[in-house]
Ligand binder design. Structure first.
Ligand code: NAP
Length: 244
């Protein structure tokens, strides 16, 4: 007998790996051909085109939480919202909050309440080194729907992931910058990488890179699995799954 066709409205089956103690973690970035996330100028470097920004919007909409490092908030002042109204409505229809939870991490506690990260969207969590929690909470007093959480003396990433899982986060999208990507990869806490590669060079060693120097377990002896490649305008989109 032929198999029943799937219901038109049914969401696509998730291919995410399920981990008992943490969410599925997707590292997402756009980079130049020489691996830079940005140049060294005060303005943010545009790597993506409109179609690629829309792809990022769709991935955000399909995530329970999005995370960036504190330096990205200070330098780029991103909103990290789902911009497409249809995607927000779809989230609500599925019983999800309109916007994914926004997450950041800081050691110094030097984040300011006026950043767009804090004044837009829904709930936010700031994971902060123990020594800076009180100062950070004071700085963020008045920031809407924002919680500052102690995350250990040196900021413990497995502890952060366990806490997010406890908040119902099954899929976490990490949007950079490079120090965050490096940490997730070096600690073997990432499940996939989604990269858009732009067809130009930055050519400046001082500019931020997708990753910094580290002892990566995803080395030549443990190659990743190519899951997808696709042209988006003049960019190449590539998706690698990380094997364990
Ligand atoms: N092209 C892209 O897709 C993309 C996406 C995002 C960002 N970017 C670019 O990336 C650059 C920023 O990258 P970045 O690597 O300099 O910074 P980042 O990863 O955004 O943030 C680094 C900051 O996060 C906190 N942090 C990270 N790891 C920590 C740990 N283990 N313990 C405690 N705190 C920790 C620290 O904050 P404190 O200093 O507050 O302690 C640290 O300074 C910007 O130029 C931005 O434009 C590009």
């Amino acid at each position: 007998m032929p198999a029943e066709p799937p219901a038109v409205d049914s969401p696509p089956a998730s291919t995410d790996e399920v981990h008992p103690g943490r969410p599925h973690v997707i590292l997402s970035a756009a980079m130049s051909l020489d691996g830079h996330l940005d140049d060294n100028s005060p303005q943010r470097l545009l790597l993506s085109d409109a179609a690629d920004f829309d792809r990022v919007d769709a991935l955000r909409a399909a995530s329970d939480a999005v995370m960036v490092g504190a330096e990205t908030i200070r330098r780029d002042d991103p909103r990290l919202l789902v911009n497409d109204a249809g995607r927000r409505e779809e989230r609500l229809r599925r019983g999800m909050p309109e916007f994914p939870l926004k997450v950041t991490v800081t050691g110094t506690g030097a984040l300011e309440a006026g950043a767009r990260f804090f004044i837009t969207g829904g709930e936010k969590v700031v994971y902060c080194a123990d020594r800076a929690v009180a100062a950070q909470a004071e700085r963020l007093r008045g920031a809407p729907r924002t919680e500052v959480v102690a995350a250990g003396e040196l900021v413990d990433f497995p502890r952060i992931l366990a806490d997010l899982k406890g908040r119902g986060v099954e899929r976490l999208m990490v949007e950079g910058g490079g120090s965050l990507h490096t940490r997730f990869l070096a600690e073997d806490l990432a499940d996939e990488i989604q990269l858009a590669i732009a067809p130009f060079f930055v050519g400046d060693d001082r500019a931020p890179r997708f990753v910094r120097e580290a002892d990566f377990p995803q080395n030549a002896q443990r190659r990743m699995t190519l899951a997808e490649t696709r042209a988006i305008g003049d960019l190449v989109f590539v998706r690698y799954l990380i094997k364990r």
